[in-house]
Design a protein. Structure first.
Length: 431
């Protein structure tokens, strides 16, 4: 009988990508993946997140839950929480292997060594001096119509609220030729869209010399069969007239940008150690709209950062009105131990954070509806991904979810449609 494994994943798209890569390693070594909600496994991998204190707590809960499911199992803990607190993780009852955010390609051997020798293994090391991009190649994970491609790791920004640079190390970029080879494999497997992901995607190439993100986009756009390239979260500093002209010329970059904002107040942006002002941010969104008038612009905003006054909060409201985001992810500031912001004076009362969050989400919903209405009666290209309850569902290039009925099997096909309404999942018709 095959040995079984289960992966519990917390956190970002990068973690999800890396979990899929680790799953393939186990499968190649004769293991069978089982459902972590219904089945008991021989091996549990907990891929942790550490972006907030709550993330740490959830990671610990997942670790303990795994051992409860099968006391005889081998539990491996990987990811950001394991990287920043390896000794703390090692002390949790039931943990057998601690890896962190590097050396994950060794996970199968380490799990089997821990089981065979009945010992704990902790290989977490300081990654601050790492300069080479590490990745686990995914060969057979062809289950979707869109694929994430990890192209970058690490961050050099050190925002005052963020622990991630300590968990992921400095910027390391994947070489363009490696990315192109993976794009070719994905195209041969039938994928139409690639989503470029990483910890700080906008910094891609700064460690490779005269190479930047737009160079990578252009290279992948040359791959036959890849019809769309989508960016995960980027910072506004990558946007320029030259970037957008080149993006339009290669024609495959989706008109959807998740531009991290975090605050509309210059006072708070400075306190956060963000590397732009609200004026610069607004100018970047205008450049995008100049070249892509119907672009979906999404962002993150933190409310209740230490020292945020009513005027600072109003600045965040104001920028939402001016930019007219298609979606805003609103977060209440949460202290993260071992970050400068956790020790700042003028921490904001929790009730104020809740109120500001509610007000901002209500405003964001207003502009989400306005964006959908703007796209009504437009002709858009949709990549269809699912069939559910009689409808084919997919996303436009600017990230509006669409549904329609068709006698033709539309899965993994891109079609021109006309959007008929501004509902949460917009009805459309084929053209």
């Amino acid at each position: 009988m095959a040995k079984t494994f289960s992966i519990l994943t917390l956190g970002c798209k990068v973690n999800q990508y890396e979990s899929e890569a680790m799953a393939e390693l186990f499968e190649k070594n004769g293991y069978m993946q089982v459902d972590n909600d219904t089945d008991v496994a021989d091996v549990y991998i907990v891929n942790t997140c550490t972006v907030t204190n709550l993330s740490d707590r959830k990671s610990r809960q997942y670790i303990r839950r795994a051992k409860r499911e099968n006391p005889d199992s081998t539990v491996a803990v990987v990811g950001c929480y394991a990287q920043v607190a390896p000794k703390e993780v090692e002390k949790i009852e039931g943990v057998d292997v601690v890896i962190g955010t590097s050396e994950r390609s060794k996970i199968v051997d380490l799990v089997e060594e821990a089981k065979e020798d009945d010992k704990k293994i902790n290989i977490v090391r300081d990654i601050k001096k790492d300069r080479d991009f590490q990745f686990i190649k995914i060969d057979e994970n062809f289950h979707k119509t869109r694929s994430y491609m990890k192209v970058q790791d690490g961050c050099n920004r050190y925002c005052t609220y963020c622990i991630i640079p300590y968990a992921r190390g400095t910027i390391r970029s994947r070489r363009i030729e490696d990315c192109v080879r993976e794009a070719i494999r994905l195209a041969n497997a039938g994928y139409k869209e690639i989503i470029l992901t990483g910890i700080h995607v906008g910094s891609y190439g700064v460690d490779l010399g005269p190479v930047r993100l737009i160079d990578l986009i252009e290279a992948i756009a040359e791959v036959d069969g890849i019809e769309r390239i989508r960016l995960s979260s980027v910072e506004p500093n990558i946007i320029s007239e030259d970037f957008m002209r080149r993006a339009i010329a290669c024609s495959k970059l989706c008109d959807h940008f998740h531009l991290s904002l975090q605050s509309g107040s210059n006072n708070i942006l400075k306190a956060m150690n963000r590397h732009y002002t609200k004026e610069v941010y607004i100018e970047k969104t205008k450049i995008i709209k100049k070249y892509m008038p119907y672009a979906g612009l999404t962002t993150d905003i933190i409310v209740g950062f230490p020292g945020e006054s009513d005027e600072d909060f109003e600045d965040s409201m104001s920028i939402v009105r001016e930019v007219e985001f298609s979606k805003v992810h609103v977060f209440k500031y949460s202290k993260r131990k071992n970050t400068p912001a956790a020790n700042m004076k003028n921490q904001i009362d929790g009730n104020i954070k809740i109120k500001r969050s509610e007000i901002l989400m209500e405003l964001a919903e207003e502009y989400l509806k306005k964006f959908r209405k703007k796209n009504m009666n437009r002709t858009c290209k949709v990549l269809f991904e699912e069939y559910e309850d009689g409808y084919y569902l997919g996303y436009t290039s600017n990230y509006i979810r669409v549904k329609l009925k068709s006698r033709e099997n539309l899965i993994n096909k891109i079609r021109d449609v006309k959007i008929l309404n501004d509902e949460n999942i917009a009805c459309a018709k084929l053209l």
